[in-house]
Design a protein around this ligand. Structure first.
Ligand SMILES: [Zn+2]
Length: 216
């Protein structure tokens, strides 16, 4: 006997996307299992690198039509991002600029309808693994680049990579919790990187007089 609501034969068909369909649950699960297998064989990753699409890259700006912003053109931003991501991966994996990689994993994600960004995990061969604070400082830097010797880098860092302003200058900044910056900014000056075991290292931030003032 057929009851109301008990007949679901008209609700379409179940389609199971195979692992060969990029982005399907089976595909993602396979990638996850592969990643875990890499860690079992080679150990934990040494480098976690994030690359974000910059909506002001000239290659993007040149192709926008009047009135368009980068957010309006996922076809364009994803292509330019992919080219630049491949160039970065070539430097990291083929040219070994941060050491010789024995295994790597990367994924590209989108922030809602926003811009693509890539997360890259790299496992280095044993002799290239960062082991002390000098190794950390060789690989990464949390200081302002020198404005006179590296003006382009200085401009990129100060326009894209600084936290804030928050605290008294911008109390409604999303980082503010109970009147304090939840990310711990401004960081204290630190003559040398300190490895805080089980936590993030406290990176070198020398008090060398270099400053940057946010344009108002
Ligand atoms: Zn903050």
């Amino acid at each position: 006997m057929q009851q109301d609501g008990a007949n679901n034969t008209n609700f379409g068909r179940i389609v199971v996307l195979p692992a060969t369909f990029a982005g399907s649950p089976y595909h993602m699960n396979q990638l996850y299992q592969d990643s875990m297998a890499l860690v079992r064989k080679f150990g934990k990753p040494d480098l976690f690198i994030t690359m974000t699409c910059n909506p002001n890259w000239p290659k993007i700006l040149h192709e926008l039509r009047p009135g368009e912003e980068a957010n309006d053109r996922p076809d364009l931003t994803s292509r330019v991002f992919n080219m630049k991501l491949n160039a970065l991966l070539k430097n990291l994996l083929q040219n070994g600029v941060l050491g010789t990689a024995v295994a790597d994993i990367h994924v590209v994600e989108w922030q809602k309808r926003g811009l693509p960004h890539g997360h890259i995990l790299i496992i280095l061969r044993s002799q290239d693994k960062p082991s002390d604070n000098n190794d950390y400082d060789r690989i990464m830097c949390a200081e302002l680049p020198d404005k006179s010797t590296h003006p382009e880098l200085y401009n990129i860092v100060t326009s894209r990579m600084l936290h804030g302003p928050c605290r008294a200058l911008h109390p409604s900044c999303p980082c503010m919790v109970n009147g304090a910056c939840s990310k711990g900014y401004p960081k204290i000056f630190q003559p040398q990187t300190k490895d805080s075991t089980g936590n993030y290292p406290t990176y070198r931030r020398r008090d060398d007089g270099s400053t940057f003032t946010h344009p108002t």
